[in-house]
Design a protein around this ligand. Sequence first.
Ligand SMILES: [Zn+2]
Length: 304
Amino acid sequence: MKVFDLHCDTIGECFKQGKSLLTNDMHFSLDRARLYDEYNQVFAIWITDDLRGKAAVDYFDKVADLYYNTLQEHSDVISEYSSKSDTPVKSILAVEGASACGGTADGIYHLYDRGVRLVTLTWNDNNEIAAGAFAHGGMTDFGKRFVVVARELGIVLDVSHLNRQSFKELTEIYSLPFIASHSNADIVDNYYGHKRNLEDWQIEIIRDRGGLIGLNFCSDFIDNPSHPGAESVADQIRYLSAMGCDDVIALGSDFDGCNMHEDMRGVEKMQSLYNKLLEAEIDENLLNKVFYQNAKRFFDKYLK
Ligand SMILES: [Zn+2]
């Protein structure tokens, strides 16, 4: 079975907790991911909203050092997505919170030079680029310059965590496809779901541009109390498929970034989740697109 996951926070948690990416008690580890035929994982370095300017850059650099040390140490298991190495796990480096650039133009090039190929523009608060899901406002003047430079460099933009106004303003100045790496359709009735999940008009824009929507397993954003776990993932796939998104839906697990139902809790559950979705009568061809093919097609096209 092949898997492509658009978001996890594992490398940052390894840094904070002093744990190994190879073997650990967290949602994702290399020794479990390597058991699949192919496992593609976007590793996001999450910049918390209390880190700005040089402090954000310094934190990013430390976690990026751990990421590259890990790739070097376990080069038989994991390699960068764009490399030719034939390892069971392939990785893409991302930042969650573009404040990792320190709010400077030079900082954008620094992120690129360090291998970042996907940028989630904000976390939940305002940053130098835009306003997040729990904040007021939209794109800043610097943010508008940031996305132009990122586009020229070939960095994929990620709108998960943007508020509606920032999302709308981005679409007015940026014409390429973008992704929502870990955001669901807004069909869960709770406060957090309404803030973080995508409304239909946003789903339509991502769909029409040929982007991706990674299903987030976080209980706050996906679980319906009467319909939790794999059933809630099936609800999302049915809803998005009915909106014409068969080529758009992907996985954005949010491993090691939140609490989730046991059906999805950990890399070792991806096979049983797939089987439960088949039992829920989700079409097998569609499931193969969701678990692997859609993201594979997108990144093969947009990552150089
Ligand atoms: Zn997130």
